[in-house]
Design a protein around this ligand. Structure first.
Ligand code: NAP
Ligand code: F7E
Length: 359
């Protein structure tokens, strides 16, 4: 394939309505790209995160185009890819919740795994001169065999989600090797933001800390407090995705902060930020997080435990630092503050709307 950097930049983003899709689209539009986004049909609006980027399709010089499609439907993908003629494709769409993947394993395998094959085939069959980014995940390391984890660490997936991502990872690499496609895997460790879905643990915690401090919620129920994650900021990580498609030689990269922290520590940071330092009492399923007046703010609910857990993730981003000149700008302290303050604003706004507070 010839060098796509010679042509007008046209990016196609799947999962554009998600956390990363929204930040990536902002970045690409700021760099002058024309962006095509695939949204899936839903019975209610699912475009909250990109509404601020909406452009009237009837206006001249529109640079954001949205089309309905689904990763489970090859025909919709072929049609949109043929219309957009992208020079860069970012596959961010997925059933991305690890715990949910145990409940809907077949659907997760289809969308998160086979969906990647459908995209690679669309690119191949249409003979598109494009560069392809696959959203691979640190969940691939699962039951880790070494720490920190790098591009050479073996995979040991621990959930249907991770197994589906393994298919996507190897298919991406295989199309690179088989057809000379510019196809890369970003092995991204957890990344969060005020736009993170509310059922992922960081957002669940920042939102609860805000609401408990405002008297809008009594208790936060969590699962495993001792899981360790390498959490970064989504805004930093979409920059790395873009950089991966600008290098001369396609390759796979770990993107991480190089620090690991427990869920428990993230709770402490968020509740401290709203003036409710936590005292932990008890153990295992009976452990509770008490507030300054002895009130129970956090309880354990075993329904949030996973059939198989990923205990420890810590990434080594040195290859990305060296070859992409990428490094994280936001570490955990600042990330927790950013998320809590955003959730305080949202919760205050909601309280005013519901008539339980005044402006
Ligand atoms: P997210 O917020 O859950 O967004 C997922 C996106 O995929 C949403 O736009 C969703 O649409 C879309 N989607 C789901 N099923 C689809 C289908 N069948 N067809 C088309 N679109 C579909 O995820 P994220 O945090 O932005 O993550 C982006 C990607 O990176 C995902 O592939 C995720 O697995 C991967 N990843 C994430 C992390 C992380 O820490 N965030 C780390 C490593 C890898 P709706 O808005 O309609 O639901
Ligand atoms: O869980 C523990 C849970 O759901 C983190 C996805 O973006 O990152 C994400 O996957 C940890 C786990 O993220 C609750 O057991 C405790 O150990 O926020 P999470 P995840 O599973 O790491 C990877 C890199 C991806 O690729 C995924 O797409 O927190 N935990 N209590 C809890 N988790 C949740 N969700 N809810 C709890 O109540």
């Amino acid at each position: 394939m010839s060098d796509s950097t010679q042509r007008t930049k046209v990016a196609l983003v799947t999962g554009i309505t998600g956390q990363d899709g929204s930040y990536l689209t902002e970045l690409l539009l700021s760099k002058g790209y024309e962006v095509w986004g695939i949204i899936r049909r839903s019975s209610s609006f699912n475009t909250d995160r990109i509404d601020h980027l909406y452009q009237d399709p009837h206006e001249p010089n529109v640079r954001l185009h949205l089309r309905y499609g689904d990763l489970s439907d090859a025909s919709s993908l072929l049609k949109i890819f043929a219309e957009a003629q992208p020079t860069e494709v970012y596959n961010l769409a997925a059933q991305s919740h690890v715990k949910v993947s145990f409940d809907i394993p077949e659907y997760t395998a289809d969308v998160t795994g086979v969906g990647v094959v459908r995209i690679l085939e669309a690119i191949r069959q249409l003979n598109l001169n494009t560069r392809f980014y696959q959203a691979s995940s640190s969940e691939l390391y699962g039951k880790v065999t070494e720490t920190p984890q790098s591009e050479t660490t073996p995979f040991w997936p621990r959930s249907p989600y991770a197994c589906a991502k393994a298919l996507g990872f190897y298919m991406t690499r295989n199309y690179r090797e088989s057809y000379g496609m510019f196809a890369v895997n970003g092995i991204l460790f957890n990344h969060e933001s005020p736009r993170r879905g509310e059922t992922f643990v960081t957002r669940k915690i920042s939102r609860a800390a805000a609401r408990i401090s405002l008297g809008m919620q009594e208790t936060l129920y969590l699962g495993n407090l001792d899981a360790r994650r390498d959490w970064g900021f989504a805004g930093d990580y979409v920059e790395a995705m873009w950089r991966m498609l600008q290098v001369d030689d396609p390759d796979d990269f770990v993107i991480a902060t190089g620090e690991t922290h427990t869920v428990r520590e993230f709770c402490e940071l968020c509740f401290q930020e709203v003036g409710l330092p936590i005292e932990w009492k008890g153990s295992e399923a009976n452990e509770v997080g008490l507030g300054p007046d002895g009130q129970v703010m956090i309880r354990i609910d075993p329904k949030y435990f996973r059939p198989a857990e990923v205990d420890l993730l810590l990434g080594d981003p040195s290859k990305a630092r060296r070859l992409l000149n990428w490094s994280p700008t936001v570490m955990l302290d600042e990330l927790a503050k950013m998320m809590v303050h955003s959730d305080l604003d949202l919760s205050k706004h909601e309280a005013i709307e519901r008539g339980i507070a005044t402006a």
